[in-house]
Ligand binder design. Structure first.
Ligand code: MN
Length: 736
């Protein structure tokens, strides 16, 4: 094919000119126009002989990105320049020094940031998340980096057609995972919606086509309904001399698809959730009053659902969104969401802050600043897991935020379902660390109490309080998590110090030299990941150093004895490193079959046998051998109907593995009895509890505790002790 280069150049010039014409937010001083033209010339020259996959000259891409920046995000001259140059450093001969020399320091910085963000290489979400973290890091330098990156991604998504299917899928997956949430977080609603729809189109082409064609077919019905519905409202707004525009809000294909999937309902049940938007043209000082006047008019005609009133004008969302939402009943019995906002608010909702954000030094939108500060706080801990980070980031997005108050009436913004403890950390780290409980609206509540909008929260502290491991199970914010983890690590390090001296003494006693080779052996034996871990476990007595006797000591060096090394599995150790890890089967515990072999098996969950119990193996169809107690309620049936599938099993001796057993305790309710019981279990007998629940009814309590024990002897001991507690009337082992 022959290409008319002269004609092509003219078309490119036209595209550039039309981009400039659309740049209504750009301050078009002669100087700015000069710089923009220069950027265009430089980019044109640099990408001269390169074409995109579609065959068109590469320069169309930077021009398109610049156009999105200015037309759809409302950015100014600097961003247009950087958008035009955004791919030059990565893809052409130009380097950052060239950019700095020709355009300036700021421009070079932004392009440096853009160059650092790599495009997807992988479906792997943790790799994507790492990339995301990098993006956030650049954000704290200059938010324009992300805005331009988003424009870049949007244009790539719009022109994905000529890519390979595999590449399309990768880019779409990353877009949904990272860029759409980011656009949302920055308040770029229009861009977020388009990114989602474009991704869906690639990931689920059939569903996308189906929904979009059905939307087209039902368009007329919707328009008619909305027109009918808005007639009285329009009339009254006019009578009140309000300037306005009324729009039926188009629902995005992605959001319909999402709702269909989430609620498992057909299109027909979703598409007609009607929404109406009233956009008022108000003087700045009348914005709020006008919106509420419009609200009053709407609810004069239609009954509102009080629970659905949202006032994001008095308290805007963290991403800057301002609007008044109400849901009202239409005469035909349909709920209709009505969004009321001014032109300025609508612009922010669609384009994000940038349209109203001035880049003058020291003159930044304060709410935006606040958000950037939050991001910086998240990033403070360099070790924070990138996936945690993104979870937290997203947590703030889709679910509604809650607004709670300090005793002085200061407002704090938290993700929904945040707890009293999250609040404490949000106010001050110190407050979180020493948090004992809270008073919410003057009522005493535990740390894990989930806050609701409007709650007034007073934190109670004690200098003796310290963060606990289980706090991590209920806090919601990354800030609280990070601080708690940091504290626990610090504490662990201190304990490890004690553990080390204990070990040194023991080594002395057994005449073992304090050498790496012996320490490595211990680490292997107890299955701990690091020396700190080893010391820590010794300090908190999770590791029994009596086992040292079982080692061979040659020339002051610890050597494993074969028999022990192969049979002993420090199950306890494993469990404690990974708290929520499911109990795996300790395969060295039983011998099975006539030849007493070591085979793979699982302990049956119906009866949870432990060493000492009489047991048998049962060959299941899909799950290999399961070990049941001979007293298991299922045993009779298994033994009589499937005798051919039953095999012998016997426990090995000298086991120190922990097994799960459940104990039921009945007694008379008494202050402190729960405490006494748990004290006995964990302090006196050093038994680890896995779960505990107590119910109290008319002065009688019933408790269920699951504990880790070594064998039946161990368990019997524990039961005997518990029976002796004042107030306890019965203690028994139960199967579950
Ligand atoms: Mn690009």
């Amino acid at each position: 094919m022959e290409i008319d280069l002269v004609k092509e150049k003219i078309e490119i010039e036209q595209a550039f000119q039309s981009m400039l014409d659309s740049a209504k937010y750009c301050n078009k001083t002669p100087e700015n126009l000069d710089r923009i033209k220069k950027a265009f010339d430089v980019a044109f020259e640099a990408h001269k002989n390169v074409r995109r996959k579609s065959g068109e000259p590469y320069i169309y891409h930077p021009i398109a990105v610049a156009r999105i920046c200015t037309e759809e995000i409302g950015l100014g001259a600097t961003s247009i320049i950087c958008a035009l140059l955004h791919d030059t450093v990565e893809d052409t001969e130009l380097n950052l020094d060239d950019i700095e020399r020709m355009f300036g320091k700021k421009e070079a910085q932004i392009i440096d940031g853009l160059t650092k963000i790599s495009d997807v290489v992988d479906f792997n979400v943790s790799i994507q998340a790492e990339n995301f973290k990098k993006i956030l890091l650049t954000l704290s330098e200059d938010v324009r980096v992300i805005l331009i990156k988003l424009a870049d991604r949007l244009h790539n998504m719009r022109t994905l057609g000529s890519m390979s299917r595999d590449k399309q899928l990768k880019i779409a997956s990353e877009t949904l995972f990272l860029y759409a949430p980011m656009a949302h977080r920055l308040g770029l609603h229009g861009m977020k919606t388009e990114l989602e729809d474009l991704s869906l189109k690639i990931q689920e082409p059939e569903a996308f086509e189906e929904i979009s064609s059905k939307l087209e077919k039902t368009q007329e019905v919707r328009t008619r309904f909305i027109n009918q519905f808005s007639i009285p409202i329009k009339k009254a707004l006019e009578e009140n001399q309000l300037k306005f525009e009324v729009k039926g809000r188009p629902k995005s294909i992605f959001s319909i698809w999402n709702k269909m999937n989430k609620k498992q309902v057909p299109f027909e049940e979703v598409y007609d959730l009607f929404a109406l938007r009233i956009i008022l043209d108000s003087e700045p000082q009348n914005e709020k009053t006008d919106c509420w006047r419009a609200y009053s008019i709407v609810t004069d005609f239609y009954q509102p659902n009080i629970d659905r009133l949202r006032d994001w004008i008095s308290v805007p969302k963290a991403n800057g969104y301002e609007s008044l939402h109400t849901t009202v009943m239409s005469p035909t019995g349909k709920w209709v969401e009505v969004q009321i906002r001014t032109k300025r608010m609508d612009e922010i909702a669609e384009k994000g802050f940038a349209a109203h954000w001035k880049y003058k030094e020291g003159d930044k939108e304060s709410r935006f600043d606040k958000w950037i500060t939050q991001i910086r706080e998240l990033l403070e801990n360099k070790n924070a897991d990138a996936l945690d980070l993104i979870d937290d980031f997203k947590l703030n997005l889709y679910d509604e935020e809650i607004y709670v108050f300090t005793p002085n009436g200061d407002m704090k913004n938290l993700p929904s379902a945040a707890t009293a403890l999250d609040f404490a950390f949000a106010v001050h780290t110190e407050l979180g660390v020493n948090c004992l409980g809270a008073k919410v609206n003057n009522k005493l509540v535990p740390l894990s109490y989930e806050l609701k909008s409007g709650d007034q929260v007073e934190i109670l502290t004690s200098a003796n309080q310290k963060p606990k491991e289980d706090w991590l199970n209920f806090v919601k914010t990354q800030k609280a998590k990070t601080r708690i983890k940091a504290f626990l690590n610090e504490e662990k390090k201190e304990l490890a110090h004690d553990g080390k001296s204990i070990l040194e003494k023991e080594f002395n006693r057994f005449k073992i030299e304090y050498q790496n080779i012996s320490l490595k052996e211990l680490q292997k034996y107890y299955k701990v990941a690091s020396l700190t871990d080893l010391y820590y476990r010794i300090a908190v007595k999770e590791i029994d150093l009596n086992h040292l006797k079982a080692f061979e000591i040659r020339n002051g060096v610890l050597l494993p004895k074969r028999s022990i090394r192969t049979r002993f599995t420090n199950y306890l150790g494993q469990r404690l490193t990974k708290k929520d890890k499911k109990e795996s089967s300790p395969n060295e515990m039983l011998v099975i079959g006539d030849n007493m072999q070591k085979l793979d098996y699982q302990l049956a969950h119906c009866c949870n046998p432990i060493p000492g119990d009489e047991v048998f193996g049962f060959v299941t169809v899909n799950e290999g051998i399961k070990i049941h107690k001979t007293k298991c309620p299922n045993a009779v049936q298994l033994l009589s109907n499937y005798a051919y599938r039953v095999i012998k099993a016997r426990w090995l001796d000298e086991q120190k593995i922990a097994f799960l057993a459940a104990i039921k305790i009945l007694g008379i309710d008494d202050v402190g009895i729960v405490n006494t019981i748990t004290q006995i279990i964990s302090n006196e007998l050093l038994v680890n509890m896995r779960s505990i629940s107590f119910d109290s009814n008319d002065g009688i309590f019933e408790g269920m505790i699951t504990v880790f024990v070594h064998d039946t002897e161990h368990l019997k001991n524990l039961i005997k002790k518990l029976e002796k507690v004042n107030g306890v009337t019965r203690v028994e082992r139960v199967d579950k």
